[in-house]
Unconditional design. Structure first.
Length: 164
């Protein structure tokens, strides 16, 4: 990892990659604080609220947002590795995803677009048959498939209206 100037020193460059772990700071962050935060919150009701960092110090908030997205801690890597091995080792039954129901309008619009796209591709394929026969055949085949899918979508809408 390339070490650069920090925010506090007025640096403009950003670190990326894995952060170097600091045990002393980690322990201090976990042990110092509960009483201190309660006192600050009693004095300033806006202390600790989400989004206040950008109000108090926009430059630092922007730096921290980028820093948290471009770096990763060693503990995060260890936790991720442990969770993936647990998931793969356990025989957890996979849940079947629920089929999403779309509205009639969505099926109608998608069906129409697929039909139009299919016709355009089929016509383009016919022209391509003269220049590049393989490309023309592929374009015609994809166009026909698009028309079939579009007709299926339109048929779903008609069946729904008949069932109502």
């Amino acid at each position: 990892m390339y070490r650069t100037k920090s925010y506090r020193n007025g640096g403009v460059f950003m670190k990326y990659g894995v952060r170097k772990p600091n045990v002393k700071k980690s322990i201090k962050a976990r042990t110092t604080g509960k009483v201190k935060r309660q006192v600050k919150k009693a004095v300033n009701p806006l202390y600790g609220k989400k989004g206040m960092g950008i109000v108090n110090d926009p430059k630092k908030a922007a730096y921290n947002a980028v820093y948290s997205r471009t770096t990763v801690s060693v503990s995060d890597l260890v936790k991720e590795a442990a969770s993936t091995t647990q998931k793969s080792a356990a025989n957890v039954p996979h849940t079947v995803p629920q089929k999403k129901e779309y509205s009639d309008r969505m099926y109608n619009v998608c069906g129409t677009l697929m039909i139009v796209l299919g016709v355009i591709l089929a016509l383009l394929g016919l022209f391509l048959l003269l220049a590049v026969p393989v490309g023309g055949i592929v374009a015609v085949a994809v166009g026909v498939i698009c028309v079939i899918i579009g007709r299926k979508y339109r048929k779903i809408v008609k069946e729904r209206h008949l069932n109502e």
